[in-house]
Design a protein around this ligand. Structure first.
Ligand code: AMP
Ligand code: MG
Length: 343
């Protein structure tokens, strides 16, 4: 996903890049009256803390410690931020009929998409592994902030929500600090704060590029105009391998453990809440166009959630985006007054 962030690089007040979540993360400030570097320090720290809590590739993260340290049927105490996040994700899983399922971890581990040479797992092993998948096996107690997992060997994987969660935390921090205009972009998960400010001209909505699936990073397929909203994109092109001319990608059907078969190349979901847009884009990809659209459209709130779907046959978007979508992506090449952020 790309975002046109300001009229020219020298009008960006300050920018910070760091590598987290297997991706380049970027925070850009455009309108802020305080100490920009100190604020960017806080943003980076917040993002690192979120990763330190959720990264299951780090055995010391709080989520890894839960995964390896719980005993079936016994309450396990977690920190308040982790409890609240897991609880919110659980409510979402229920609302989408389990299309988003944080317990998909054992299947993700078996597929091992991050391996040097991933292979299709043995069918019997995968079927057996799926006995340890199912969000309904986790119970939450708000009073004691404990989770009870009723089967041994389960594995919570926040990969489908972690970046959106972190983007949301950073966006909230910027807003609380009084930032008037900023963008937060963590690899496919983005928040556009305030409006785009170009010198003395009137503020305009941000123009965010939606990544063209399977193309080079940073090449948009279309653009959307928005402000104070998050965009998250899920697609099979993001992490995959090929075997015997078949593509196997990282978004799994939690009922079978197999990569979801879909004619969708990518789904982007736009909502005011960055975590929700991350949850929705993954769930939409799993549910497919019809049920995915229904899920997005039934989201409560004053600002309707919307989506952009990319298929081989072209781009479609939810009706409420009409007027805010530009089918012609803009490139640096002919918009020299733009800088573009690439995820
Ligand atoms: P995203 O790119 O946000 O759609 O998230 C994809 C990541 O979420 C994968 O790499 C897995 O770690 C995890 N995942 C895969 N399938 C699911 C699913 N059905 N529900 C929740 N998380 C999933
Ligand atoms: Mg997601």
């Amino acid at each position: 996903m790309r975002i046109q962030t300001a009229a020219a690089a020298n009008r960006t007040l300050a920018c910070r890049r760091f590598y987290l979540y297997h991706t380049v993360c970027e925070v850009r400030l455009h309108l802020y009256g305080g100490d920009a570097e100190a604020l960017l320090d806080s943003c980076e720290k917040t993002a690192r803390q979120a990763q330190a809590m959720l990264n299951i590739y780090d055995p010391a993260s709080e989520l890894s410690r839960l995964n390896s340290g719980y005993t079936a049927g016994k309450p396990y105490r977690v920190s308040r931020p982790l409890f609240n996040l897991l609880h919110e994700i659980d409510a979402f899983s229920r609302a989408c009929g389990g299309a988003f399922d944080i317990t998909v971890g054992p299947a993700v581990r078996l597929w091992d998409f991050t391996a040097r040479r991933p292979r299709v797992p043995d069918r019997t092993a995968l079927r057996k592994t799926m006995e340890r998948v199912g969000y309904e096996h986790i119970h939450y107690d708000t009073a004691s902030e404990t989770v009870t997992i009723d089967r041994q060997g389960m594995l919570l994987d926040a990969g489908g929500a972690g970046k959106g969660y972190a983007v949301g935390l950073v966006a909230a921090l910027l807003r609380a600090a009084g930032v008037g205009s900023a963008s937060v972009n963590f690899g496919g998960n983005l928040y556009a704060l305030g409006s785009m400010q170009i010198a003395e001209s009137a503020p305009r909505p941000w123009r965010v590029g939606i990544q063209r699936p399977w193309a080079e990073r940073g090449e948009p397929v279309c653009s959307v105009y928005l402000d104070n909203r998050a965009v998250s994109t899920s697609g099979g092109y993001d992490r995959f391998f090929t075997q015997d001319n078949n593509v196997y990608h990282h978004i799994l059907d939690p009922r079978t453990g197999w990569p979801v078969e879909s004619d969708l190349l990518s789904v982007s979901v736009i909502t005011p809440d960055a975590l929700l847009s991350d949850l929705l884009s993954t769930a939409f990809f799993v549910l497919g166009p019809q049920h995915g659209a229904e899920l997005v459209e039934k989201q409560p709130g004053q600002t309707p959630a919307s989506y952009v779907l990319v298929r081989e046959s072209g781009v479609t978007a939810s009706r409420c985006l009409a007027g805010s979508i530009d089918p012609e992506p803009h490139h640096n090449a002919y918009r020299r007054d733009c800088i573009e952020q690439t995820s």
